[in-house]
Design a protein. Structure first.
Length: 456
């Protein structure tokens, strides 16, 4: 059967960008268009770009050019580009990418439906720029089309950022911090749960600051309590996961909520970026080595079994070898459960871009590799400690190897970024189902096991 005005959406970059793409796709579906899974099937192709660092910009450009080819080889009538890269480089794109039929920045993405309808009109209104069409319910996301796994949904609780770290382009791209109203978030989450979602992942540029602009102070702990009650009332086991909470904004109330609320995963993603005071100060981060050590101690004491994830940046301007050795020692002592390391990227328009003592790429990569090798050893030991201990695992889908019937994750593992569990099961399982698995082996990253039947 023919599909009416098929649209293909490609979202790049972070989870926040994924949510933006889902909102745009939901609005298009509400206008009578249809979503398709491949660009070959699409009359309209939308690329939702990332522009955070140079590598992301290049990836976005490569994908735009790849999608533009379908205007010749497929049925594509128009190519629309939106997102962080277009917000940052709109003028350059207008001049250098004639393949693109419409360019929308972050501020005018709410006009996506009008732009696409214009492109599909008999007159073929090929407008090179979207027109700002600010929706008074911009953060009302109930019409979104979930593009993650059917049982997982990312929920954006705020937009923008006020932190103004010296290396970051986000405030310039997305503006200041703007929290969504709590009732609206609860309404969206209820709709997601009713649709079959079994894991809700809360995201923002800094989730720990949620509510400070609309309620006069941080209200993340209160939001978690409300969401936990909502999950409990559903009659199903729902996981709530928290990403991107800056350590300097984590409150005692939030720590208490992480430890006490049954639906909330004892898991915290808190990007610290560095441990050494001099580097943190140049980065514009408010923390210190002693404050980080104190926070880690409090989290582990008050939330037994908590899984801590962080991200680090190496090669920031002026990072001396002694600073790196201090960071290495900190990671060795802190023993994070999950850790990612990124080399500093010199981004035009940021304060750090013009700082003296820029670090050579080979030094950045050497430092990144050394930290990742250390973390692999730490992670492997932590994974091997789980062998023989039954774990609650959420099924994500079928496995692809003998003896690995299914792939899933524990409460300590975020989708697409952390470890997974491969396991066998004599019974058929569905995505979103939570079962007990007993690990029998582990490698540097993942666990391998079999479904555990308590009656055995």
């Amino acid at each position: 059967m023919a599909v009416t005005n098929p649209v293909y959406l490609l979202s790049l970059g972070c989870d926040k960008n994924r949510v933006d793409g889902e909102v745009m796709l939901g609005r298009l579906l509400a206008e009578g268009l249809s979503a398709v899974d491949t660009p070959e099937e699409a009359e309209i192709i939308i690329v939702n770009t990332c522009g955070f660092i140079r590598e992301a910009v290049q990836e976005s450009i490569d994908h735009i050019l790849e999608m533009a080819a379908y205007k010749k080889s497929g049925i594509c009538r128009a190519l629309v580009v939106v997102g962080c890269m277009t917000e940052r480089y709109r003028a350059e794109m207008k001049a250098e990418m004639p393949e693109v039929d419409a360019i929308l920045g972050v501020a005018d993405r709410d006009g996506i439906a009008a732009v696409v309808q214009g492109l599909l009109s008999p007159e073929g209104v090929h407008q090179r720029e979207g027109t700002a069409n600010e929706d008074p319910l911009r953060f009302r996301l109930l019409a979104r089309k979930n593009t993650a796994y059917p049982h997982i949904a990312y929920v954006k609780i705020a937009e923008g950022c006020d932190n103004h770290c010296a290396y970051c382009t986000i405030p310039a791209i997305r503006g200041g911090y703007k929290s969504r109203e709590m009732p609206e978030i609860l309404e969206e989450c209820k709709a997601l749960i009713d649709s079959g979602v079994r894991e809700l992942v809360l995201v923002a540029q800094d989730t720990a600051l949620y509510g400070k602009d609309v309620y006069g102070g941080p209200r993340l702990a209160e939001l978690l309590r409300e969401l936990d009650a909502l999950c409990g009332a559903s009659g199903d086991e729902i996981w709530l996961r928290l990403l991107y909470a800056y350590p300097e904004h984590i409150t005692p109330e939030l720590i208490q909520a992480l430890g006490a609320l049954p639906s909330v995963c004892k898991y915290l993603d808190m990007p610290i970026q560095h441990s050494e005071d001099a580097v943190l100060a140049r980065m514009g981060r408010a923390g210190s080595r002693d404050a980080l050590k104190d926070l880690l101690c409090r989290l582990r004491a008050q939330v037994p079994g908590i899984v801590l994830r962080t991200t680090l940046m190496v090669g920031f301007p002026g990072e001396r070898e002694v600073d790196f050795r201090g960071l290495y020692a900190f990671v060795k002592e802190a023993r994070f459960d999950r850790l990612g390391v990124f080399p500093y990227s010199q981004e035009a328009g940021t304060p750090a871009a013009s700082m003296p003592r820029q670090i050579k790429d080979e030094v950045k990569h050497r430092r990144r590799d050394a930290l990742m090798a250390l973390q692999q050893r730490i992670h492997r030991r932590k994974q091997r400690d789980k062998i023989g201990v039954p774990l609650a695992v959420m099924v994500d889908g079928p496995g692809d190897a003998p003896g690995e019937d299914y792939i899933g994750r524990t409460r300590g593992d975020a989708h697409e970024v952390d470890a997974v569990v491969y396991f066998s099961s004599p019974l058929a399982l569905a995505p979103g189902q939570i079962v007990q698995v007993c690990p029998v082996d582990a490698d540097e990253y993942d666990l391998y096991g079999a479904r555990h039947e308590p009656s055995e």
